[in-house]
Design a protein. Structure first.
Length: 205
């Protein structure tokens, strides 16, 4: 792709680093920004800088937050005895959109994947075990995607907390194998949470 401007080329190269964005899409986005009033680009730049510099991680659930504790953990109306274990913030957003879950979350920050060099020590598993050990949590809901990595992570966590008297369940398999929660429709995802099954049953299948 030939560029008439080095500045344009640099901008396209940087935008194309984003996931799912190729050079042609990056060029279209950059040209769109060039056509907008300069204030629009300024607001976008400032929003990204504030995001990068000021965003926090909730000390309790590891969700992305503007404050030390996120709005969900800070909400006294949420049921703190039920914790839904998810991979990242996209899963929190997907489940919240169903309005079918009133507990808290625990964001792992990924899934165990030896191929990608991600082990249990790279995820927020130890803090989850400590949370269970403190005794406030009565049920853990595993809501990772139905992949080999997701199932491996579920089983690893299950073995870590097996000694505690706690109920463990997993979302019903209304979500197709390999699907990510963020792409599931709200009705299907909502039902899979409401109709969750004991984790032990998912192992024996």
């Amino acid at each position: 792709m030939d560029f008439s401007s080095k500045l344009l080329e640099n901008a396209v190269n940087e935008v194309s680093r984003l996931p799912g964005i190729g050079k042609r899409t990056a060029l279209r986005l950059v040209l769109h920004l060039l056509k907008q009033p300069s204030d629009n680009t300024k607001f976008l730049t400032e929003a990204l800088l504030h995001l990068r510099n000021d965003v926090k991680t909730c000390e309790k659930c590891h969700n992305i937050s503007d404050t030390v504790l996120c709005d969900i953990c800070n909400n006294p109306k949420r049921n703190s005895e039920i914790v839904c274990v998810v991979e990242d913030i996209r899963d929190v957003m997907a489940i919240e959109s169903t309005s079918q879950f009133n507990g808290l979350y625990h964001v792992l920050g990924g899934k165990i994947s030896p191929i990608e060099g991600i082990g249990p020590q790279n995820l927020q598993i130890d803090s989850l075990v400590r949370k269970v050990d403190e005794g406030e949590v009565k049920e853990l809901i595993f809501a990772l995607s139905s992949t080999m990595e997701g199932d491996t992570t579920n089983f690893y966590i299950f073995k870590q907390i097996e000694k505690f008297e706690i109920k463990t369940s997993t979302i019903a398999r209304g979500i197709s194998v390999g699907d990510e929660l963020e792409y599931a429709d709200e009705v299907t995802l909502g039902r899979s949470i409401v109709n969750r099954i004991p984790f032990e049953q998912s192992i024996s299948r």
